[in-house]
Design a protein around this ligand. Structure first.
Ligand SMILES: [Zn+2]
Ligand SMILES: [Zn+2]
Length: 270
């Protein structure tokens, strides 16, 4: 049974043109019971992209909840880009407090300020060193910021490595630091996100993948949120069936949904 898609974008994000109403409709048709919009705010993003009109976004989502009433629970959240450089810390904290968000995903989208989604970020560089740096900055972000609830797409960088680097991502190269990251999340009571957008890429698994999800569970991690990271209606709840089966195999029994920044646990199986 499909439950909650807690990572949805709409036209309030730089990289989406979809009105929130169309995402809600797609969610309802997919059989979801609750959704959370998490439009991007990424302080200090190169080119000034991913700025958010907090007020307009928050009110549009709140109005949508009124329209849908009991048929679909709709919450307003945020995907907050985290980066450890001191120059951006105040802006990141302020962003988290702009509106009474129900849920905040903390994500690392940049490595030393560079957008690894762009091939240029990898040219002439040691790919393994960039990936390690990504995890180092992720760990730093978790230690620096308390203003998020779930960590977004933890091994996201693995899907941005261009073929020309000749490097094939291997989890084993980073097992040590990923362990530190997972322990830090658990110790701080933060959730880990299972982001199903990964199924749309060559690796055909969520972010993070099975090895990390298993390790999180082994270490005692229980709080897990699920999100499709859909930027268009066709991607809402995509990959959820496979993800739920995987999460069951990894030993998870509950999916967390955040309301007023507090986790509510929903059983995977009714
Ligand atoms: Zn993201
Ligand atoms: Zn996203």
């Amino acid at each position: 049974m499909l439950r909650s898609d807690c990572h949805l974008h709409s036209c309030y994000s730089t990289d989406s043109e979809t009105p929130p109403a169309l995402q809600a409709e797609a969610a309802y048709k997919a059989g979801l019971k609750e959704i959370c919009f998490t439009d991007h705010c990424d302080p200090g993003f190169p080119g000034g992209e991913f700025r958010l009109d907090f007020d307009a976004c928050f009110h549009a989502v709140s109005a949508l909840q009124e329209t849908w009433g009991n048929k679909l629970k709709i919450r307003a959240g945020l995907e907050l880009g985290l980066r450890p450089e001191p120059a951006f810390r105040a802006e990141i904290l302020e962003a988290s407090e702009k509106e009474p968000f129900s849920f905040i995903i903390g994500s690392t989208h940049l490595v030393d300020g560079a957008d690894t989604y762009l091939p240029e970020a990898w040219e002439g560089k040691d790919a393994r060193a960039i990936v390690r740096r990504y995890y180092e900055q992720t760990l730093e972000n978790i230690r620096l910021f308390d203003c998020f609830d779930s960590y977004g797409h933890l091994d996201y960088i693995s899907r941005t490595i261009p073929d020309f680097t000749g490097y094939v991502y291997r989890f084993e190269d980073y097992a040590d630091i990923v362990d530190e990251i997972l322990k830090e999340l658990i110790a701080r009571g933060k959730a880990l996100e299972c982001n199903t957008a990964g199924y749309r890429y060559a690796m055909k698994q969520p972010n993070p993948g099975e090895v990390i999800l298993r390790r999180y569970r082994e270490l005692g991690g229980e709080l897990l949120t699920t999100g499709s990271d859909a930027h268009c209606p066709g991607h809402v709840a995509r990959g959820f069936e496979e993800a739920y089966a995987l999460l069951r195999r990894c030993g998870f029994r509950y999916i967390a949904v955040f309301d007023n920044r507090r986790p509510l646990l929903r059983p995977i199986d009714d």
